[in-house]
Ligand binder design. Sequence first.
Ligand SMILES: Cc1cc2nc3c(=O)[nH]c(=O)nc-3n(C[C@H](O)[C@H](O)[C@H](O)COP(=O)(O)O)c2cc1C
Length: 225
Amino acid sequence: MTQYRTVSEAVQRRMSVRAFKPDPVPGAVVRELIEAAARAPSGGNLQPWVVHALSGQPLAEFKALVASRLMDRDEPEYHVYPPNLWEPLRTRRYQVGEDLYASLDIPREDKLGRLQQFAKNAEFFGAPVALFFSVHRDCGPPQWSDIGMYIQTLMLLAVERGLDTCAQEFWSVYGKLIHGFLELPQDHMLFCGLALGWRDEDAAVNGWSSRRAPFDEWATMRGFD
Ligand SMILES: Cc1cc2nc3c(=O)[nH]c(=O)nc-3n(C[C@H](O)[C@H](O)[C@H](O)COP(=O)(O)O)c2cc1C
């Protein structure tokens, strides 16, 4: 399995993978990733992340439960996107959706086709491992940011080991179901899930790269040579 040894290589290689091979990931590797990612920084060293990992039978049971309640969505406990998204964020969000569906030749009019692709979120895109990240309800934006750093650290460590990931806010509308399944404490809320496994290199959905806005759109530098 290819190993990506520098951080730059891992950053370049990482992408949201939306088709995985079914091959299992050893529990020891998953544990190592979860533990090593906790070297991520956090304000005041609060380490506010709480992680739950599922594979094998528990993951199969979870997926079966979700399949039986797929239309039974909850009101998300947080805004996944700000209401009335403004420019240029609005266009960026639209563009990534269009690029994704274009990679699969699913046109705008094919609402069912797009829905079917979206519904693959519920299967963790075929990944053999599912992670969930929850946070204490009293935590605010700084701690959510800490959890983001934790997740990115884990994603890059996964790439180093030849694995891939897709973070999933999709799960925010199944907060109650996940709360019950994972027996999360009442004072915790779900942030997101994450699919983890081996990339299917042949899948068209993995064969494109999301765009990035040009540097000058979002950064300035002053006082340099
Ligand atoms: C917190 C978070 C939640 C996300 N939720 C989803 C999701 O539910 N489903 C999905 O297909 N992609 C999801 N994504 C992936 C983003 O769409 C993706 O990161 C973005 O388009 C940039 O593409 P890249 O990750 O391939 O570089 C999520 C990413 C993040 C960071």
